[in-house]
Design a protein around this ligand. Sequence first.
Ligand code: 5GP
Length: 210
Amino acid sequence: MACGLQIKDEESSYNKNLFCIPKHYEEDLERVFIPHGLVLDRNGECLARDIIQDMGSHHIVALRVLKGGYKFFADLLDHIKVLNQNSDKSVPITVDFVRIKSYCSDSPTEKINIIGEELSTLNGKNVLVVEDIIETGRTMRALLSKLKDYKPKMVKVLSLLIKRTHQSSGYKPGYTDKFVVGYALDYNEYFRDLNHICILKEKAKEKYKI
Ligand code: 5GP
């Protein structure tokens, strides 16, 4: 599958005053990290086409990791649907869900809770796991290990964002080490109702802490 758009730290983020932000979040956000338009463009036909090319014509189960990735997931499925309707080749696609809790506020929880739905539908299928953010990869490793029990034919992972972090090797942390919200990415359930992916202010973390 084609690799994603790389956003370098030094060129990333925009003055939030240039964008439409809900009034109730104006004080909480530092910068706009990825404008909604850019997310939609990248997460458009191009990504949908790559997935179909990469996963072949065998039935795909799109596995949505709850709750974070719901906007990314819904927009992606819309594009796959359009491709299925308008091209010679089409792929049956069904959806399934798994809920994972690995973060509280902006800190990883000690234990990763995979709140298992019945995933036996994955047996023998091509599974596309759709996640919102991969940071250390701890959550994804736990999920992939659980999925093995259901004996899928193939598993591919698609993530809206992959952070460069000091916890993974090789990259210097910068903005990507910050906590981002918006486009259904939350901080304790807040900010899902924000279109742009934005960098959260430190003082907002205190304000919405549980
Ligand atoms: P990992 O296990 O890869 O370190 O962390 C992945 C999970 O942490 C994601 O599924 C997401 O829920 C959460 N996460 C990590 N960084 C961020 C962030 O900047 N913003 C939000 N909203 N969630 C994050």
